[in-house]
Design a protein around this ligand. Structure first.
Ligand SMILES: *Cc1c(COP(=O)(O)O)cnc(C)c1O
Length: 359
């Protein structure tokens, strides 16, 4: 464990020590097979056991109802931006709630394939705000309503989801999935790139209600066709075998720790000490509106780009890495996903206090 830093990167991001150690333990010789999981055929008995265990573990951890399917898709969350309209609009208009960069990207991708209605756009408040129900205006009969549950770049997060609508809700949960319990039945589709809170880059996990999966248009690329992927149990071609295995380890870790209610408790505690510090400080400013703040990505600034740069550089020298904010927002960002221990946040606050005093 020596020489490990606290990695505040937005993604790919920190993994829990327990997860890395479990992987290390099995790296050269998985359960007496004489090979690494990386070297296994996706059709082998050994790998299929890992695959099923990962799926069942995730189902249990998230309390996913039986009428939902889990698909492991290629192309990350960005691949999902394209496959969602291709599979699910069926010629109808799709509604998009724009609360940041990624929801905008999702909408722009959907516009290539059909009609998109913008139900809300937070551009005017510089994406510091998550809308209330009365700020949303949906189209008459949308195929679905798409939102981004946590805005990784801007540091805002939905605390509760829209209910005044009759459409299917779809959520990009790339940066807050597994951070707290969610009621899966509120959504037709939940998806996430794995590299923030579910492990490592290489897969998007899609949790989709079965009745939404119909025979898609033949023009939908096979690799993005939900019906085909379901038919082949996410093995239409070689799946991203290792990221699926790592996801299984992350699920095991969270289960052992007490499940999503327990990790939520820890995440609230972690974020609270950092936001409390920011609110009390005259030196730092936090970016997101108070009611809309994310528990996963904390965006703030010293109020001066040169100072922000100096902060990030000096923090890195002190083992607090990747605190530079996204170029769209500037400033600083501390991504404190599940794997970031409270001690990391405490060390960050200590550093912030020293830096403020020196400057
Ligand atoms: C990181 C991220 C994405 C993009 O994920 P990729 O897997 O790189 O395509 C999309 N949405 C959100 C909310 C993200 O945080």
């Amino acid at each position: 464990m020596e020489n490990r830093v606290y990695n505040f990167a937005a993604g790919p991001s920190m993994l829990a020590d327990e997860v890395l150690l479990a992987i290390k333990e099995e790296l050269f010789n998985y359960h007496g097979s004489g090979m690494s999981v990386m070297e296994m055929s996706h059709r082998s008995k050994g790998y299929l056991e890992i695959f099923e265990k990962t799926k069942n573990g995730l189902k249990k951890l998230m309390n996913i109802p039986d009428d939902y399917e889990i698909l492991f898709m290629h192309g990350g969350a960005t691949g999902m931006f394209a496959s969602i309209p291709l599979n699910l609009t069926k010629g109808k208009t799709a509604d998009y709630i724009i609360t940041g960069n990624f929801s905008k990207k999702a909408a722009d991708e959907a516009k290539k394939y059909g009609d998109v209605h913008t139900a809300y756009d937070g551009k005017e408040n510089n994406y510091t705000h998550i809308p209330d129900e009365n700020e949303l205006s949906f189209s008459a009969d949308p195929a679905y309503i798409h939102l981004c549950a946590n805005n990784t770049i801007y540091g805002t997060e939905w605390k509760s989801f829209p209910v005044n609508h009759k459409a299917t809700l779809i959520a990009d949960m790339s940066s807050d999935i597994l951070s707290k319990p969610v009621n899966v039945s509120d959504f037709g589709l939940i998806y996430a790139g794995a590299q923030k809170n579910m492990g490592i880059a290489g897969i998007a996990v899609a949790i989709i209600r079965k009745d939404l999966i119909e025979e898609a248009d033949v023009k939908v690329p096979s690799i993005m066709n939900y019906a085909l992927e379901l038919k082949h149990d996410s093995m239409l071609n070689t799946p991203a075998t290792y990221p699926i295995y790592v996801l299984g380890k992350v699920v095991d870790w969270l289960e052992e720790l007490g499940g999503l209610a327990e990790i939520e408790k820890r995440n609230i505690e972690k974020a609270k000490i950092l936001y409390d510090y920011l609110d009390a400080s005259k030196f730092y400013k936090s970016f997101a509106e108070k009611e809309s703040r994310s528990l996963m990505n904390v965006t703030f600034s010293c109020g001066d780009p040169d100072l922000d740069a100096a902060f990030a550089a000096k923090a890195a020298e002190n083992g607090l890495c990747n605190l530079k904010g996204h170029r769209l927002v500037g400033g600083l960002r501390a991504s404190i996903y599940n794997a970031m221990p409270k001690a990391g946040v405490e060390k960050l606050i200590e550093f912030m206090d020293d830096f403020a005093r020196e400057n």
